[in-house]
Design a protein around this ligand. Structure first.
Ligand code: FAD
Length: 388
């Protein structure tokens, strides 16, 4: 049993870290302050190959494993969660559904630009009245001749309205099943399609440099060939998409945890009170010890889940491991940012240090791609409990 990443993964980690330190870290505070989505840096990440890590070579990817993607997301998130989530959503929610369920034509049309990071795709599942209860989708798509006509709305959709967004995939009701439950399908909607509007950006607590919009669809027509995968299979598709996404969000949380640990160790060695560094006080040092324990435990859980994915584990085994990793890593990240800001004292409340941005950015980790409560529900179900 090995608990170490391979030498290849470690070497890859070093190259992503160099990039993140040089190209992202120096600008992250300014992007955050200005709520600026740095398209040029996103495209540099693309040129580094980060969007194509898990895509086959025929679409411009490197055909690598899921573990490599988690390493990249972790390293980017260690300096900036906004860019970490941009990468996570671009691959996990943007590229993956098309790669997994698309026809050859759909893949040829959309993937080369997405894999190269020249363009971005969003994945629209959440609606004003359907988040955790994702099956309650109200958006409708009706087949009219050779076209789907889409009406409805989506909310909180990442990478859906940037200047380089080329496409969003959305779930919609396309009918009713014989047992009366809604038939949900997934449809590809190119940016710029009449009737599809990415509304103004949200004013968020954190992730200020990430692109998030509400989407509206009014009589939006796309060719019937834009159905992604089989009609009526949309529910299963997004469940599988979210399993991967949860591990990847765990990797964002892990980057945040490690950053909190590093920042706290450094500050506790420098800041003096009562004539000695605060790290000499058990009250501070023991809190930082807890950060180390959380970071190590989260690392094991995230990379265990990634290794299961790479080894082709069963859906049940992977789903359980993904939820466990997401739940632990994200809740620990929120706790860690609270501890780290406490270690920084008053400076922890000032935008002068990155720790403040990490504090604001972390909260959403417990909410996006399935809240902590939803993860606990899935874990309990995996244990065979009849939880609702
Ligand atoms: C910045 C950001 C980016 C996002 N990006 C995307 C994206 O790209 N694509 C996308 O589709 N969505 C995206 N989301 C949406 C996100 O996944 C949802 O917000 C999340 O799943 C929760 O749904 P909700 O907001 O409707 O909360 P609700 O479902 O209304 O939940 C409210 C509260 O009730 C709890 N709750 C609900 N049901 C239960 C239950 N059965 N048992 C116990 N507790 C329960 C929840 O845990 C939560 O605490 C994003 C959200 C944000 C904020």
């Amino acid at each position: 049993m090995s608990f170490e990443l391979s030498e290849e993964h470690r070497e890859f980690r070093r190259s992503v870290r160099d990039f993140a330190e040089a190209e992202i870290a120096p600008h992250a505070a300014e992007w955050d302050r200005k709520h600026y989505f740095p398209v040029e840096t996103v495209q540099k990440m693309g040129r580094l190959g980060l969007f194509g890590l898990t895509a086959p070579e025929q679409y411009g990817g490197s055909g690598g494993d899921f573990t490599s993607l988690c390493v990249a997301i972790e390293e980017i998130s260690r300096v900036d969660q906004s860019m970490g989530i941009t990468l996570e959503a671009a691959v996990g929610l943007g590229i993956n559904p098309i790669l997994t369920y698309g026809t050859d034509e759909q893949k040829q049309q959309w993937l080369p630009d997405l894999v190269a990071g020249r363009k971005l795709a969003g994945f629209g599942l959440t609606e004003p009245e359907s988040g955790s209860d994702a099956g309650a989708t109200k958006t409708r798509a009706v087949l009219d001749g050779d076209e789907w006509v889409i009406d409805g709305s989506k909310q909180f959709i990442t990478n859906s309205g940037s200047s380089i967004t080329s496409v969003v995939t959305v779930t919609a009701r396309t009918g009713e099943k014989p047992d009366g439950r809604p038939e949900i399908s997934t449809i590809i909607v190119p940016a710029g399609t009449p009737g599809f509007v990415a509304e103004a950006q949200y004013d968020k607590l954190g992730w200020h440099a990430s692109d998030t919009h509400p989407l509206s669809f009014a009589g939006c027509r796309v060719p019937k060939e834009n159905l992604l995968g089989e009609r009526g299979k949309g529910f299963g598709q997004f469940l599988a998409t979210l399993d991967d996404g949860r591990v990847a969000i765990g990797a964002v949380a892990l980057g945040c945890l490690k950053a909190c640990l590093e920042m706290s160790v450094q500050y506790a060695g420098e800041r003096k009170t009562f004539g000695v560094p605060i790290g000499q006080k058990q009250g501070v040092a023991f809190q930082i010890s807890d950060l180390k324990v959380m970071a190590d435990a989260a690392e094991l859980l995230v990379y265990r889940a990634a290794a299961l994915k790479d080894a082709g584990a069963s859906v049940q085994e992977f789903r359980q491991a993904a939820s466990v990793a997401k739940l632990y890593a994200t809740e620990s990240a929120v706790t860690a940012t609270r501890i780290a800001t406490q270690v920084f004292g008053g400076y922890g409340f000032m935008e002068e240090y990155p720790v403040t941005r990490f504090y604001r950015d972390a909260k959403i980790l417990e909410i996006g791609e399935g809240t902590s409560e939803v993860q606990r529900m899935l874990i309990a179900r995996g244990l065979g409990l009849p939880v609702e």
